[in-house]
Design a protein around this ligand. Structure first.
Ligand code: ARG
Length: 226
């Protein structure tokens, strides 16, 4: 007869930071969003149970290295810097950095226009890197996108630099804000794993290719970004 262990599904421990709608956020206390649904669909392909843990964004890669989680999906940009320490799958979403300002503020039309301004970024996000490279910017670092948005509404910063989809989300939900007409900085989101975890990386790559091929991925794009 089959033993209990033979029947138990493989569990895949996934880390995210659920403060990044629509990729990951809390709804009635549950972690949901595009990334989470994508991961669950990949779990179905692999016949594995997906166990998601919410943590601070800048704690995600350390948690991966310390084997607290085995996979990170968090709207995370596959940067050259991060590639030094972790492996990324093929990209699953092309995003960009945009500038959020108060409605009617037409003084910012490029990233260069941020010079001399107080600019809110989120600690450890790629937006932090982009803005920190511009000379003469007064960078204000926040722990979560929502805190940056609140600071902008309270005029504590002049602009917030954030990924395009969460930016659109916050602008929709908060009256008096707009996305500046500036060229956006492109980047690719991918799933991160430990470099030496070849077997799981291969499985995740296959599952990602499968959900892209079988239409599931397109359905999720439709649902979250119509
Ligand atoms: N794409 C940006 C980065 O990689 C921001 C990601 C933030 N994600 C999150 N779940 N809080 O740095």
């Amino acid at each position: 007869s089959l033993s209990a262990t033979a029947l138990a599904k493989e569990k895949i421990y996934v880390g995210t930071n659920a403060e990044f709608p629509p990729f990951e956020y809390l709804e009635k206390g549950e972690i949901t969003g595009f990334d989470i649904e994508l991961m669950n669909e990949m779990g179905k392909v692999l016949d594995a149970e997906i166990k998601v843990q919410d943590m601070a964004f800048d704690g995600l890669l350390p948690a991966l290295q310390m084997k607290k989680v085995d996979v990170v999906i968090a709207g995370m940009t596959a940067t050259e810097e991060r590639k030094k320490t972790v492996a990324f799958t093929q990209p699953y979403y092309t995003a960009s950095q945009v500038i959020i300002v108060k409605e009617g503020d037409n003084s910012i039309n490029s990233f260069d226009d941020l010079k001399g301004k107080r600019v809110g970024v989120m600690l450890g996000f790629t937006g932090d890197t982009v803005v920190s490279e511009i000379e003469g910017v007064k960078v204000e670092r926040f722990n979560a996108a929502y805190a940056g948005i609140m600071a902008l509404k309270a005029d504590k910063v002049d602009a917030v630099v954030l990924d395009s989809e969460p930016a659109k989300n916050y602008v929709k939900q908060n009256a008096g804000l707009q996305i500046a007409e500036a060229d956006a900085v492109q980047e690719e989101y991918a799933i991160a794993l430990r470099k030496n975890d070849r077997e799981l990386l291969e499985k995740i790559e296959k599952a990602l290719a499968e959900v892209k091929a079988n239409g599931t991925y397109d359905k999720l794009l439709e649902k979250y970004f119509n």
